[in-house]
Every structure is written in C-alpha cells, then in structure tokens.
Write a protein that binds this ligand. Structure first.
Ligand SMILES: Nc1nc2c(ncn2[C@@H]2O[C@H](COP(=O)(O)OP(=O)(O)OP(=O)(O)O)[C@@H](O)[C@H]2O)c(=O)[nH]1
Ligand SMILES: [Mg+2]
Length: 244
C-alpha cells in the first residue's frame, strides 16, 4: 500500500518538524505531502529542509493563504498523481495524534473512507473550552439534521480516503474552505454510496501556534451545509436503474 498524508500548513513552524519526525519514526510506511500557503513564519522552509532529509516528505508551496479546503483539493490532486492508493487529511498542530495512523491503515483496508471521530464510543476531546466543544458538537448535529448524514463527527479533519473515492469526486464543485469542506466531503461520499467508517479518536487542543478558526468559517459552514441537499440534487435525484 502507498499511503500519503496531506498536511496543510499555515504558520506551523513550531509544530511541523516534530510532527514529521514523530510520524516517520513510527515506520508505518507512509509518505507526507505538506501543502504550505507561504506561511510568514517560515514553515515552508522547514518543510523544504525536511524534504531534503527524508525521501518520504514532499512539499507543495502556494502563493498565499487560500484556506484549508483549497489546500486539500490541491493536496489530493498531487497525492493521486504521486500514485497514492489512500490519502489522509491531518492537521499539523498535534490535535490529530499520529498514534492512530496504524489503526486508520488497517480500517482503510476494509472501508472506503475512515473518519477519526470524537463523538463515538471511545472517542473524546482533551483541553477544549466549552464554547469550542459546543460549536463542534452543534456543527455535527446541524449537519446531520440538514443533510441526513449519519456520521456523528462530520467536521472532523482527521481522515483517510481510498484513492478511488477521491477520483470519483468532482472537486471543481467544492468551494468551501473551512469545516464546511469536511461536511461536504462526507456528504458526497454518502450520496456516491461509499462505505464510511468512524474510528474513535481522542482529539487534543493545539499546544503551540495560533488557531485559524474564525467567525467567517463558522458562517460559511452554516450557509453551505444548509444548502448541500439542494446543491447535489442532480446526483441524489438520479433514478436508480431497474434491476435486470
Ligand atoms: N495551507 C493552508 N493550511 C491551513 C490554512 N488554514 C489552516 N491551515 C492548516 O490546517 C490545519 C488546521 O488548522 P487549525 O488552525 O488547527 O484550525 P482548527 O483545527 O480548526 O483550529 P484549532 O486547532 O482550534 O486552532 C493546520 O495544520 C493549519 O496550519 C490555509 O489557509 N492554508
Ligand atoms: Mg487545529
């Protein structure tokens, strides 16, 4: 198997090197693709240095901050070109503990998509304030109500997709940048009929660096998630061919 972990970065100079060394130190056969949006704190240069040291590390530099969704769209495309047969989404800030990677790898051999979930039995959150947890839980509930999604953690950003899933998705239709991107991806996987599994994870709040969460990202999610069903009617209303 050739798994590629896409790690979008914006000002993660205090986290990236430690994260990369930790993941590669686990020796589980993964490659890393860092997508840096010209971070002012020099994360891109750190990534370049790591890419010189380790053949498993690859870097994409983009001109400026274009949002998480856009970084993933680009990262997925490059990972598929590299020949990945499964592609991870993972934050650089240690909220997503690398120790779960082997569990993702074994789950993806049986499922099309694996979502690291805080809200299933065995999952959880450490060090988050009440407001952050409320926004996150509320967001997942809102997504379930408006889209009919059954996953309990639709905004989670620790995931793994089989390559055929990513190849089946028309990314030109996805404009979302923040959490809405995660919900939209989960929704598309559902309506395309892929098998989505939730793996329990304990999520830890970032220890260093700044959050990129903003009011704009929350509003975008409310607006875009509310419109998902209408947006993808052309797929969901397609008549099912009669069985022969
Ligand atoms: N390339 C790129 N990466 C981004 C952008 N915005 C956020 N990221 C990265 O995406 C990951 C998640 O961003 P975070 O700031 O942790 O956002 P969050 O997880 O929603 O918020 P907190 O963890 O609570 O701070 C991190 O690795 C960020 O560096 C962006 O515009 N471009
Ligand atoms: Mg984070």
């Amino acid at each position: 198997m050739f798994p590629v972990i896409v790690v979008p970065t914006y000002n993660e100079s205090e986290n990236l090197e430690r994260l990369v060394r930790q993941i590669l130190g686990m020796d589980c056969g993964v490659s890393l693709l860092v997508v840096d949006d010209n971070s002012p704190d020099g994360t891109g240069e750190i990534a370049d240095r790591l890419a010189e040291e380790f053949e498993e590390v690859h870097v994409e530099h983009r001109e400026g901050k274009q949002g998480l969704g856009s970084a993933y769209r680009h990262g997925f495309k490059v990972a598929l070109e590299m020949g990945a047969d499964c592609v991870f989404e993972m934050d650089a800030d240690f909220s997503h503990d690398p120790r779960y990677i082997p569990q993702f790898l074994s789950a993806i051999s049986e499922h099309d998509v694996v979502i690291g979930s805080r809200y299933v039995e065995g999952g959880g959150i450490e060090n988050w304030g009440l407001i952050r947890e409320f926004i996150s839980r509320g967001g997942s509930l809102y997504a379930r109500l408006f889209t009919g999604l059954t996953v309990s953690d639709a905004t989670s950003g620790f995931r793994c997709y089989r390559s055929e899933v990513l190849r089946a998705i028309d990314f030109s239709r996805i404009a979302a940048s923040g959490y809405a991107f995660q919900v939209e991806m989960a929704y598309i996987c559902k309506i395309l009929g892929f098998d989505v599994f939730e793996l329990p994870i304990v999520f830890t709040d970032r220890q260093v660096g700044q959050s990129k969460m903003s009011k704009g990202i929350v509003w975008e999610a409310i607006w875009l998630v509310g419109g998902l069903k209408r947006k993808y009617r052309d797929i969901t209303d397609k008549p099912v061919p009669p069985e022969k």
